[in-house]
Design a protein around this ligand. Structure first.
Ligand SMILES: [Fe+2]
Length: 313
């Protein structure tokens, strides 16, 4: 029996059940609703007010024009064979929300060549929307635009359905559903573990996947930063994530008004450190609810991993 195939089949059955449930499954085991009807009214009210303000065009521009944010990450633990390794990170693309976002992502990617591309979920905006019609064609364009050496690894977010996994793999994306894939250089390796979304769909298989990963430089791809301590406890060096959109609508100084997080609030944006593990929470490429951003920008992140050099001092 093909164990990976059987695990995937069991995962898909369980995910389908969870997707049809209005309650979400969280690490903290709280019974929480996925959606609150008043939230839509709140967003609409904010949008009407923003339209009447002089800041409306600025908010639209921030949301619809992704920029490439170049970030160097230095590690003591990175094998020298991976010194200079580049990783393109895109999260929260929400491709069915801002019509021009796919074209603008592809324009940005044209000049970028990377070793690896990773995506941490929320390809979709409408939960339960028509992924076949709205997501697959733009994803194919993005996959074609990424120039990579070692592939595209991706996980799902809370806006996504399990039904996307097969079509994404047919496009050449290596979906990691509580699974690990190794990248080898000379006699060293990077282990990349991707988990299912823990915001709506937490299961114990996530912890098991982290525990099972091998020795090496370890990278976790998780839709939200909520598992920061569990990931660190399993010896991971780098945690790449998203979901928060960096707050999307923030006060001056990037202070978020709303963060859809149960835990890990202080890791809502950019580079962070938890007990020696480096984390990075992308601001997201797309937007959700309202096509505006204030004190955040649509971000594609280009990491360069570096081995810390011994200065001899
Ligand atoms: Fe999300």
């Amino acid at each position: 029996m093909d164990i990976k195939k059987e695990n995937r089949r069991l995962w898909a059955v369980n995910r389908a059940i969870m997707e049809s449930d209005p309650m979400r499954r969280t690490l903290t085991n709280k019974k929480l609703r996925k959606k609150f009807f008043w939230f839509g009214f709140l967003i609409k009210g904010f949008e009407v007010a923003a339209r009447l303000s002089p800041f409306y065009q600025k908010g639209k521009k921030n949301a619809a024009n992704p920029f490439i944010n170049q970030v160097d990450l230095v590690f003591d633990s990175l094998p020298p064979a991976f010194d200079g390794y580049s990783i393109l990170h895109m999260t929260d693309l929400h491709l069915d929300f801002i019509p021009e976002i796919t074209r603008r992502i592809c324009e940005q990617l044209r000049s970028v060549k990377v070793d690896l591309c990773v995506m941490t979920g929320d390809y979709s905006n409408r939960i339960g929307g028509d992924y076949y019609k709205d997501i697959l064609a733009p994803m194919e364009q993005i996959v074609s635009a990424v120039q990579h050496r070692d592939g595209i690894f991706a996980t799902l977010g809370n806006h996504d359905t399990f039904k996307m996994v097969g079509p994404f793999e047919d496009m050449g994306i290596n979906m990691l559903i509580n699974e690990t894939c190794d990248i080898i250089r000379e006699d060293s390796k990077i282990c990349v573990t991707g988990l299912d979304d823990p915001h709506y769909y937490y299961t114990k298989e996530m912890k098991t996947a982290l525990e099972k990963s091998d020795i090496g430089f370890k990278i976790a791809l998780v839709h939200t930063p909520a598992l920061y301590d569990m990931v660190r406890d399993n010896g991971y060096d780098l945690y790449l994530t998203g979901h928060t959109h960096g707050g999307q609508i923030c006060l001056p100084g990037g202070i978020p008004l709303i963060l859809h997080l149960d835990r890990g609030h202080k890791y809502y944006r950019g580079k962070w450190n938890y007990d020696g593990m480096t984390g990075y929470t992308g601001q997201g490429v797309g937007s959700v609810g309202i096509a505006l951003r204030y004190y955040t920008r649509s971000e594609i992140t280009l990491f360069t991993l570096k081995t810390r050099k011994d200065t001899g001092s």
